[in-house]
Design a protein. Sequence first.
Lengths: 567, 336
Amino acid sequence: MPSTNTLDRTNYLNATKGFMSWFWTIDHKRLGLMYLWSVIGCFMLGGFFAMKIRLTLSGDVDFASQTAEQMNAYNNAFTVHGAVMIFLVIIPSIPAALGNFVVPMMLGTKDVAFPKLNRFSYHLWIIGAVLFVATLFIGNLDTGWTFYPPYSTGHTDPSVITAVLGAFILGFSSIFTGLNFIVTIHKMRPPEMTWFKMPLFLWAIYATALIQILATPVIGISLLLILVEKTMQIGIFTPELGGDPVFFQHLFWFYSHPAVYVMILPGMGVMSELFATFSRKPIFGYKSIALASIAIAIFSFIVWGHHMFVSGQSELMSVIFSALTFSVAVPSAIKVFNWIATMYKGSISFSTPMLYGLSIIWLFGIGGLTGLFLATLGTDVYFHDTYFVVAHFHYVMVGSALFGFLGGIFYWWPKMYGVVVDNMASKIGCLMTFVGFNMTFMPQFIGGSKGMPRRYAAYGESAGFDGYNEASTLGAMVLMTGLFIALGSLLWSLKKGKKSPSNPWGGVTLEWMTPSPPPEHNFEIDPPVVGDPYDMTLVEWKGEEEGFLPVNPRADDPCVPDVKPSA
Amino acid sequence: MIPVALLPTLLQHTQEDFWFPSQAARNASMVDELYYFIFYVSLFAFIAIVLATAIFAVKYRRGKVGMNPEDSPHHSTSIEIVWSVIPSLFMVAMFWYGFQDFVVMKQIPDNAYEIQAKAKKWDWKFVYPEGVESFGGNIDMHDGGEGMVVPLGRPVSVRLESSDVLHSLFIPNFRVKMDVVPGRYNYLWFEPTELGEFPLYCAEYCGTRHSRMLAKVVVKSEEDFQQWLKDQVVDLATLPPAEAGFEVWKKNGCAACHNTEGVNGIGPFLNGKYGSTETLADGSTITVDDNYIRESLLDPNSKVVAGFKPEMTSFAGQLNDDEISYLIAYLKSLNE
């Protein structure tokens, strides 16, 4: 047996040891992994509060006897759940964790353009996250993740200040990461990799980064204005001080709507990689997917007003925003059609990452289509602030962004840790997560269209929403179990997983052209000349042990054991 | 296309259906029709994409077609134009119908009867042009209110105002919702078409008791409505003091914070408290007598019972001496 390219080689994981070698690293792969585990930790925290919400609503406390403390605890739970899941989980999940790990390798370079800035982003992220988590202990943050004034400025406790500072700092982390990716993608592509030979994941990350650097400063400023108002009593948003609360909503959604695409675009990027690789076929409609990413990024900036159809903004504005909102729906639909068309006459593998990919067709289908009801003025007035909206955005953000993240983790896990996780446990984990997710949020659509309002600590018996809440909680249990099984299968693989060849799935983007896990500088030799990123005939299947190998290997290619020079 | 023509009539439902609560106002069926239009278009699209995915996944599974599929086109301008243009056309239709509905929702008829809805943390007060006030009334709340009473078959406009934070008035059966924004007036309107009682919610998060900011809408016939208005004009002096006190209690929204069924809220519950001895925040004790109640109304935060925050606003200038006496009588009556 030739010694295969696995953990016994020197790689980025074992090249240096010790806490500082990780904490002070500038290696994009290590930073990516640290983001990954930080995000998973935050996800568990956010998940804990999700369960608290579900258990409260399915009848832990009864409407008549619920005390003010219990209501505050509930209000705190949904605030923390939302804020943690958005600012600390979904926004950094794919761009910061997977993006950091993958982007430079896809470009065939050894790191991002500004490695130290990249490390600084991570450290800022940690500071922001700590401030955020600290609010859990110093007060009872209960504004909702939206921080709407005048409630947030004049009617609740001071923990808003730390939360807002935390979000402000996280914003800078996000801006620097976006900046880094933009420069990296512009300046560090191999000469042969023209824009339209870039893997679609890079297009998605690029579009995401554009939003990050253009929109995030606005939320930064808005949150600072909240602080200024709260601490110095300068009237900006509070009517008593001469401000306008609706003004905040404009500023807030000017960022937070594009931020929805910071969450979903990278997931779409992962989807494109998954569908091409696991269909062993070039992605269908490459250019339209690439351009749709940019179109979504641009349109995302001009639709924010659809969050405010009942806020009292002018009717004309509402009409214009409704029309513009539909403009985002078209490129999103095009992407879905392209993914499905990619499967046509392919060779479809039901590996774990692809199961997540297939789930997303269902979940994003529902999430996207239910968005139509909310873009339409006549129906949104009714659905606004009901559980219909809650279910809709969970289908988009969890169903699509988070499933994209999970699919991406399983897809690139062999590259990260040199082990493949594709077994019964990982597939059952995916399946249970999928089923549990639908069980949780389907009832919320029905409850919502029955008029069930959001952010209620309890519903009276006469309201008739108890059944939906109980069904939803049951689903959440299944969902949680599925996620734990998925996590368990990942952790198990670190100890006992099957060693991975360089290219276990058959991807032809450059990160698969280096051993798993890669050496410190990603490539021992210059990566091969870039061709079509989805020309699947460039690699062929050589069996479990060796995975997919280049059809015409170069003599010095370390991924190919037979031709590997003596180690 | 007969079914399309029939849709408006088919979709008139005064009973609850799978998706919606019953329709009780004129524009409700309009919203539901639009909903079902989008719903069936979406359902068709959803089934199409899921079916295509499932069929391709089975037909082209690796176990069957092997590792190297035959070459197939990976780009087709005509298909891509078709699947961009057709959805776009449906979206134009959705936008257009939504816009039409919105115009109807936003145009308050000239002859509308105007009620003011005053929102504060955490209750609703409805003020009528005749000077009558009403509040609350949600069945689960037991607050003694009668809710927003409105006449059947007459357009009603509601002027929304908030004295503290954002709220939102939501009546599912009427399919209406509008935010209540401090510092400006917003409006909504409806024309009730069914007699009966319907829930009214606050739909914009407003703090601790957001989930208790409930009320109801009561639709009465024109005749009953006029009678109700007359009945509301109460001369407190003609009532026994305890009953007059209950009227004062209701009118001032005391129940938002004080329960009379033995459960503490933002403030302490008040049944059985008259004559009892309470411990104050500083550790001293006080007997709940007429003078303490009066002081608690006029200068509420000077002697706060232990365990509660000094959050009550003063009613000095809002209650006259008679009203305070009535309130005392009412609280006293709760001991019985």
